[in-house]
Design a protein around this ligand. Sequence first.
Ligand code: MIG
Length: 787
Amino acid sequence: METGMPADFGELFPGSIVSFLERENVVLFECDNGCALRIQGISPEILRFRFASEGHFEEDFSYAVLPEIRNQKISLKVTEREEGFVIDSGGLLVKLSREGLKIQIEDSKGNLLSQDEKGFHWCENHDFGGCVVMMSRVIQPHEHFYGLGDIPGHKNLRGQRRMLWGSDVYGYNSETNPLYKNIPFFIGLHHQRPYGIFFDNSFRSIFDFGNERPSVSSFWAQGGEMDFYFMGGESTAQVVEQYSHLTGRAELPPLWALGFHQCKWSYKSQDEVMTIAEEFRSREIPCDAIYVDIDYMDGFRCFTWNHSEDAYPDPKRMTTGLEAMGIKTVAIIDPGIKIDPSYSVYQSGIENDVFCRRMDGPLFRGNVWPGPCHFPDFTSERVRNWWSDLFPPFIEQSGLAGIWTDMNEPAVFNEEKTFPRDVRHDYDGHPCSHRKAHNVYGMQMSRATQEGLKRALPDKRPFVITRSAFAGNQRYSSAWTGDIQSTWEHLKIGNIQCQRLSLSGFSFVGTDIGGFSGRSDGELFVRWLQMGILHPFCRVHSSGDENDQEPWSFGEPYTSIAKKFIELRYQILPYLYTVFEEHTRTGAPILRSLIYLDDHDPECHDRAEEFSLGKGLITCPISKPGATGRWMYLPKGEWFDFWTDKPFRGGAELWVNVPLDSTPLFVRGGTVLPLSDVRQNSTVPLKFMELHLYPTEGVAEGSLYEDQGDGYGDSVKKEFRWNRGTFTQSREGAYSPGYHTYRVIVHSQDFGAKQISVDGGEPFEVANGQAFELPENFKEVVIESSP
Ligand code: MIG
């Protein structure tokens, strides 16, 4: 792997501290050899370290961390000692050595979190100027590492070395490195103490977790500043929330974006799309969106349609027809704009000078699907505006509801697979080369696209999906894991990638269900779908090279099983939506890795396949052919089998029998799980809402967020609490859903309702003690039970 080290690489180190200064809550240390270190407290649990080898700091700018967060400054208590300085933020304690600026970080109880090995060091970059900036730390006994975006391979990164340099990696595997996304954030965990490091640097970077030297973890980048945030917290969950505080939160997508989506490369004509849609409806398989891939375009010219009779003669007719069936249309857009003087987007791009240039001035040309192309510089606000303005007429003419941004690593069909390094970028007023802008290019494209959708459809919440991403990308779009292969191994890889992304602040993610390249079979498809319906983003996609991959493509029994699980997706939709809404406020991931659920439990450290959806549901996908069951681990606490209601004590491994038409699925004891009726798409009004109670020691709680599914109108947040037969609902917000009744189902053998009194009214008898109806607006219900 290219390490980014110059050939005559010589490491340089800080000297000894000669001055210390505190200004506006930032502390600055200078060394006798001219280097400088700034430490800033963003919050008691988040410290920012910036190191400048020649003492000059760059202008403070970041695509990942918003200025209002970056500029938070709490006061730090600094004490000078003989061997160095102690800096106390209230939550973290930094011990800085006078010689060599080495840092040791402890939590407020004095527990060691991080200890420098060489610490800050650098070498001069003779080819490009500036420095390769490096940091190395000692790996602590039994330390594990998690996070880092979409990296495949084992969930625990210990022993691995990974590069971040967004790349188009068709048919990648677990060794492939780098991948599409660039999220320089990881979590370390040792002695039951987690911490996080976010390296806010967009140059090509490398993270080594004991690969080169077993006892050292290090990270470095080919340029820019050594600028990182160190996060503490009581638990991995808190560290993840610190990171999400730094890099921002997702907006709530429209509800339809959480439905089932169908995609293929490509549905070649609007007739074919309509046939697929009709097939969904005639088979009564729910579906909320169908995607059109690059072949809808006229010669791959973005923002155009191939209007020939056998392609898409009338896209508006198609999208209107689909809309009438409750299906939205999402179209792909690539960054490459075909060089064609008769093409309006090209003309406008030239007139407005939006395309990236080589260092001496000529426009950069690269081949992609349309042939030679120019590429907008999405790192310029002016260019993003130009791009956003392309959407209103395009959306208006074609009736699209969402946009899929692909090839935005950016991918080019050349040897380097991307732009040459000398290509120039604006970087929002900090002009630079592609070396610095590469890793944020896809993020800025999805940002401009989200803004484009907001301009086109101001009353709707935007839906964008991206392939490449940088830290903070969750603010602009959802993501999928790229060109995954149709194999059992890749089902597992996709599972881990989604968990890793969620730990890295990016929860609205999913895989190409069934796999993208190669050939799935019915069993693999169904097993993959059983996982996919529990991912925040749920879309079947395939390259279409070898076979069709619609829910009915594999015949029986697969079609019926696929239908059953897509229906389950719709039943859990109110729950998923509620979890998503929480995610937008708190940053708590939607999809949760075992390590997030319980980092004190060593069983949760390395087990990779189990994950939960929100707090209440946990699964462990079947990832082997021919399996009729599997071992899985339930975290501590009580759990109920979703299918049989059988209770289990967590903190133990168990064998789950799951024939092809079932999947391991457990509900956490103490949950109130809202499930709705099955609809053919998410815009059909609900008939009823089921509230499934899974009491533990007589108590269960849950919430339900509802709104009209799109737009920015009223909403309601309901909190349910069940306590030994007393059931209360408190609500906030004016939205009132269309249904009037809750069906309450108590999943507890030792409870049987006899008489129910709603809001102090006359008690009435119930026939079935474990299932009864309540008015949607109840406040308090008292239930007399037997035995
Ligand atoms: O070079 O648009 O990952 O989902 O179907 C391939 C065609 C380009 C790669 C995407 C894939 C998409 C395909 N694209």
